[in-house]
Design a protein around this ligand. Structure first.
Ligand code: NAP
Length: 275
């Protein structure tokens, strides 16, 4: 049976970069909201010798995610899922950010774990902004609502985001909270799906020179001096990191967040604190 890899946010950035590091015997399904972008990305992969397909999906829509999982399962056994779809603070208001980044992860993990078997892997893309939140904003009881009462979950996260002053800062809080949630939820799923032999990991990039990273570079640029090499990450570096975390030979990597941020979180906390 064919071996299928689904990548959301696969039309651009690190999602598309990850696809290019996948073994050629996998069928690649690239997903996102913009069909034209997906078609171009699929053509790039085909030119490299991949069997690849585009399937539009909005990850904040449960039915759309269900349809994506069903479609992928018709192509073969879904072995690999990289959930790279996301919106950053400059791209959307807090509610949309929470629905795409946080609830999108819930829908992706639930719908895909239902069609995946022993040996499958789900990699959820979070962010190193998950690490910069003041502790009082992080409430695991609120996070648990994502499984039981989605609307209350969204309301409570937005209420916390509104503690920030100004539109951009509010979206920034919503982004950091949504990504902190992703690290927690991926770990939770690892323990649930582990019984079925499905591995779940989250990966947190630092500031990376993709469309999103470049858009956020004005504010995110403050991270650069804190990184070990004092630079942004390259999309292909993150693509490789995602592909290696997803590789089945990395079978014992589960239930944790993998921080791929050039050291900027550690730099900020300790080694370059004064900058
Ligand atoms: N670049 C950075 O500095 C950085 C840092 C930390 C974390 N991240 C995370 O890394 C991931 C990948 O981002 P990137 O840097 O590669 O940026 P990117 O090129 O903008 O990729 C994000 C992708 O997500 C898709 N997307 C957005 N909303 C979606 C939705 N509702 N449903 C399905 N797809 C959706 C976008 O395509 P459509 O618009 O066509 O849907 C786009 O292709 C994101 O989760 C982001 O939060 C990025």
């Amino acid at each position: 049976m064919a071996n299928v890899c689904v990548i959301t946010g696969g039309g651009s950035g690190m999602g598309l970069a990850a696809a290019k590091f996948m073994p050629k015997d996998k069928i690649i399904v690239l997903s996102g909201r913009t069909e034209k972008k997906l078609e171009n990305a699929v053509n790039e992969l085909k030119a490299l010798g991949y069997e690849a397909y585009a399937k539009a999906c909005d990850t904040s829509d449960k039915k759309s995610v269900h349809a994506l999982a069903e479609y992928a399962a018709t192509l073969g056994e879904v072995k690999t899922v990289i959930n790279s779809a996301g919106l950053s603070p400059a791209m959307a208001k807090p509610e949309t950010i929470v629905r795409v980044n946080a609830l999108g992860t819930v829908y992706m993990n639930k719908e895909f774990s239902a069609v995946m078997k022993n040996g499958g892997v789900i990699v959820d893309v979070a962010s190193n902004s998950a690490y910069v939140l003041p502790k009082f904003l992080i409430n695991k009881k609120v996070y648990a609502l994502a499984d039981t009462d989605e609307e209350l979950f969204v309301k409570k996260i937005i209420k916390k985001s509104n503690l920030a002053k100004g539109d951009y800062a509010r979206s920034g809080f919503a982004y950091a909270l949504s990504k902190n949630f992703v690290t927690w939820y991926a770990a939770k799923c690892a323990f649930e799906y582990g019984k079925k032999g499905i591995r779940v990991v989250s990966l947190s990039p630092g500031l990376i020179a993709t469309d999103m990273g470049n858009l956020e570079a004005k504010d995110g640029g403050m991270l650069i001096p804190f990184s070990a090499e004092e630079r942004m990450g390259k999309p292909e570096e993150l693509g490789f990191a995602l592909a290696t975390v997803a590789d089945e030979r990395n079978g014992y990597l589960a239930g944790v967040d993998v921080l791929v941020d050039g050291g900027s979180t550690n730099g900020m906390k300790e080694f370059k604190k004064k900058k």
